[in-house]
Design a protein around this ligand. Structure first.
Ligand SMILES: [Zn+2]
Length: 300
């Protein structure tokens, strides 16, 4: 594939450089920072289209799932290319797909966690010593942010119940994964997303994770209007299974918060199969799995 976005593990400055290249190539694409990580790295939000009806795509909330940043950026690139020439994406007329819609993409929700997973000790900066102790030297599988809080356990949706479950599972403080923080929305990365959603009308949100080839679409008993049908369409398009989270995967997540806060559809898509981090050379195949799903999410 001859693309700007490479099938390679990218550190933060590489992601920033790739976004700059996309912005230079496609004048109708814009980007702003919606907040800063614990280490002061920008949390970028790409924007396509002029409508006030936004679809939100998020990625790389977990450090070891950094390949999803490349997938989100590759989707932005392919959609821009199709829009520029009036062509198709996933067999769908791109300009028609974007009629009355705009797309917000936050490709790197957890820049510090991804930096730790990609670059190891060097990526942890001034927290390197503490993070080394917390992960036992296994930086690659780090999922949390710089303070050892799992962003996807830090949202205000069943946070207290999840907190109790974390403690029952022996999670009492910062670590590589699954610690929900001292209180909901304690982390700047979490607040960047909640502010974005509160300040814009988001019709529905799709959060990209790895792995499992599974789509989650409900939160407890909450099933916003149209979400079951949309989930079925996503599943049919991608070949991924629909599932319901259990145990430590219930509550605290972005999808859960989005559904409970707005009563609008929110989805978690677990891309690919294998052990995180999934290999970078599989990028284009994994992207192919979800290209149709992502394109349909813009239209629906
Ligand atoms: Zn994840």
């Amino acid at each position: 594939m001859n693309t700007i976005i490479p099938a390679a593990d990218c550190e933060y400055f590489e992601i920033k450089r790739l976004i700059d290249r996309l912005l230079a190539r496609y004048s109708f694409l814009s980007c702003r920072s919606i907040g800063r990580s614990c280490a002061g790295r920008d949390i970028f939000c790409l924007s396509l289209g002029k409508s006030d009806e936004h679809v939100l795509l998020t990625a790389a909330t977990h450090g070891s799932e950094h390949i999803t940043a490349n997938i989100a950026l590759l989707f932005a690139e392919q959609l821009c290319a199709a829009l520029e020439k009036g062509g198709e994406i996933a067999g769908i007329d791109a300009r028609k797909a974007m009629l009355g819609r705009s797309l917000l993409i936050v490709p790197l929700c957890n820049p510090d966690g991804c930096e730790i997973s990609v670059k190891g000790e060097q990526g942890a900066g001034y927290m390197a010593g503490k993070i080394r102790r917390l992960c036992g030297g296994d930086f690659t599988h780090w999922n949390a942010n710089l303070r050892g809080v799992d962003i996807n356990h830090n949202f205000s949706a069943g946070w207290r119940e999840l907190h109790q479950l974390e403690q029952k599972s022996g999670i009492f403080g910062p670590g590589p994964t699954r610690f929900g923080g001292p209180y909901p929305e304690s982390e700047p990365e979490t607040r960047a997303l909640t502010s974005l959603c509160r300040e814009n009308h988001i019709c529905h949100a799709v959060a990209l994770h790895t792995q499992g080839e599974v789509i989650y679409w409900s939160y407890g008993e909450m099933q916003p209007p149209h979400s079951a049908k949309m989930a079925e369409i996503f599943a049919a398009e991608s070949g991924y299974a629909l599932d319901v989270p259990t145990g430590l995967a219930v509550g605290g997540g972005f999808k859960d918060w989005f559904i409970s806060e707005f009563s609008r559809p929110g989805f978690t898509v677990e891309i690919g199969k294998g052990q995180n981090p999934l290999p970078a050379h599989d990028l284009y195949r994994l992207f192919g799995d979800v290209l149709g799903l992502l394109t349909l999410s813009v239209i629906m």
